[in-house]
Design a protein around this ligand. Sequence first.
Ligand SMILES: [Zn+2]
Length: 263
Amino acid sequence: MIRNYNELTRLEMEQVDRANTIVLIPLGATEQHGNQAPLGTDAMIAGAMPEYIKTELSKVDPDYPMLIFPVIPVGFSVEHLGFCGSISFKPDTYYHMLYDITQSLAHHGFVKIVYLICHGGNRSVVDMLARQVRADFGVLPFVLASGAFFHPDVQATISPGNTFDFHGGEMETSMVLAINPSSVKLELSETGFRGPTRDGKKAIRFSGEHALTWMGEEFVTEDGRPIGIGGDPRGATAEKGRIILETSARELVPAFIEIRDWT
Ligand SMILES: [Zn+2]
């Protein structure tokens, strides 16, 4: 059975098979996502994804043993502090906050802990944390990324000609339209960064050799104005968002089954 951690009473928690029940911790962020999408975009996605995951898991295992922890609404978002409203933990604050939560869970006998990354910037800290808590507490930490952004069904939601759809672009804005439509101001959308400039002088990469850690203000418009988003959100729709959220949840099912069976 999948339940919300905070809705259990102390007595109910005592009755949980904590050694075999997974705790899913959704890791959001509070950071700028352009003119059109809210600061809480990643936190909203972190709030919605467990529900989509629950729906998909119930199709294969109605008794899936999991507790959904409250969303952590702030993450490591230093790359967005150049834009108004963004909030970031320092890496060590974020690390220790999650460390303390994990230590408390381990103290109560939980072993399997899933950190659900709903903001890519959280990943590096969480990867380190996972290694350390495994060593310190003997827990089994699993780090999962929430969005299946490269799945063909998700890629198919991107409007033709919308290149470099990424942070605050069409996909993320679509997801918020599916979750919390009144918070999206689609009419204020601006086209964001469209990828490295043609002369190749500003080749922002995310991995591989010569990768440069990016900052939001390096995502610029065609005329060079910092905009902090990638791609063009104008084609976003709630239906596209639903496809992205459902596909992402479905793609995580095999991992969740493996985690359930991990001994
Ligand atoms: Zn985001």
